[in-house]
Design a protein around this ligand. Structure first.
Ligand code: HMH
Length: 218
């Protein structure tokens, strides 16, 4: 056992991966305050699908590890409508198409969800680590974007960044606390598998932004 909490590795992963997030065309457009309506709509559609499946997966891993019901852990806006609406407003569209659901999952969306599902099936600790990237990475990136003045008050995306800077910390903290506690009960091999699952999810997070931007160039 190491003296560092298990979740400290997640910070290390993001320190390594952050440059590739900031090279991502979707993030670069955000920093530049450039609005690509098709990319934003595609992102929100895919994210709506993603969260619909993510939330039950999270609940599965959470209850398997803690033996507790999920309660109101997801808070008041589990589908993240507030954040999505910032993007839909910028794209000058309402969310009708999203609610009607007349679109399919893009490959990264599907692959990312299947990765988390398989991780939970294999082991709930590994599963929760794979699920942790979702709140952790957004919180980390949003904080950095504000701290480093990459997105400032007059940037049209500042509301989106502010949302993830604040709201996701609740779920992040609970998730990291569980992982830090459970890490002490699992083998080094399972810890390593969990770290790899988190890294893979983080790479999917980057690809998830990128796939939305690809529609602009179609
Ligand atoms: C794909 C993805 N990752 C992370 C978040 C943040 O919850 C989100 N809404 N969507």
């Amino acid at each position: 056992m190491t003296t560092e909490p298990f979740s400290a590795y997640f910070v290390e992963v993001m320190e390594t991966e952050k440059d590739s997030f900031f090279a991502n065309p979707f993030i670069r457009a955000m920093e530049a305050g450039e609005v690509y309506p098709d990319a934003l709509l595609t992102y929100v559609q895919q994210d709506h699908r993603y969260l619909d499946r993510y939330l039950p997966l999270y609940e599965r891993a959470y209850t398997a590890l803690t033996k507790q019901p999920i309660g109101d852990l997801f808070g008041e806006d589990p589908e993240e409508y507030e954040a999505h609406n910032v993007l839909l407003d910028l794209a000058q569209t309402d969310d009708q198409s999203i609610q009607e659901g007349d679109y399919s999952n893009l490959p990264v969306t599907e692959a990312y969800l299947q990765h988390m599902e398989a991780a939970i099936d294999a082991n709930p600790f590994v599963g929760l680590a794979s699920l942790a990237a979702c709140p952790f990475d957004y919180g980390y990136l949003a904080e950095l974007m504000i701290q480093e003045n990459l997105v400032t008050a007059n940037n049209p995306f500042v509301g989106w960044v502010d949302y993830y800077r604040g709201v996701d910390w609740g779920l992040t903290k609970v998730t990291l606390d569980i992982l830090d506690q459970e890490a002490q009960k699992v083998s080094p091999a399972i810890q390593e598998a969990a770290l790899q699952a988190f890294l893979k999810s983080t790479k999917f997070e980057n690809a998830f932004f990128a796939q939305a931007m690809e529609v602009v160039h179609d």
